[in-house]
Design a protein around this ligand. Structure first.
Ligand code: DAT
Ligand code: MG
Length: 151
């Protein structure tokens, strides 16, 4: 298990529905460490860079329109296997197929309102953390609980 960083967005639907605390709580309870967190609006420019891989998809316009429509909460999380751990806690893309116990499975019912973004792989994670956070916004700090989380 290598230490990784990953980017999470609580999407506009999560913030509007008052589920930010519920979602961030689930992320924290994994044991991963929050090293960056902020409420922000995503600009068209940031949205197009973040979702560059989807430019040609039929749902692209709706996706950009949705993600720029209202504030998101952006988080950078760090820890062992952070990327796959967050993807597991999120559930698969379509909430209708996402497992019970996952954020999307428990809290969502529609693909276009799936509550959370999490980096898909190490290349995306490195790119996305840099896209959303300046170095000065990421904080490394010791936790007294660390030995109770990682052997
Ligand atoms: P994920 O967010 O699970 O990484 P993705 O990167 O394939 O999924 O797609 C990005 C977002 O685009 C996804 O969270 C919701 C939306 N999306 C994906 N596929 C879609 C589809 N077939 N129809 C509508 N929206 C879709
Ligand atoms: Mg993705």
């Amino acid at each position: 298990m290598s230490t990784e960083r990953t980017l999470v967005l609580v999407k506009p639907d999560g913030v509007q529905r008052g589920l930010t605390g519920e979602i961030v709580g689930r992320l924290e309870r994994t044991g991963l460490q929050i090293i960056g967190m902020k409420l922000m609006m995503i600009s068209e420019d940031l949205a197009s860079r973040h979702y560059a891989e989807h430019t040609e998809k039929p749902f692209y316009r709706g996706l950009v329109s949705f993600i720029t429509s209202s504030p998101v909460v952006a988080l950078a999380l760090e820890g062992p296997s952070a990327i796959s751990t967050i993807r597991k806690v999120m559930g698969v893309t379509d909430p209708a197929d996402a497992a019970p116990g996952s954020i999307r499975g428990d809290l969502g019912i529609d693909m276009g309102r799936n509550l959370i973004h999490g980096s898909a792989n190490s290349e995306d994670a490195a790119r996305e953390v840099t896209l959303f956070f300046d170095d000065s916004e990421l904080i490394s700090y010791d936790r007294a609980t660390q030995p109770w989380i990682v052997e």
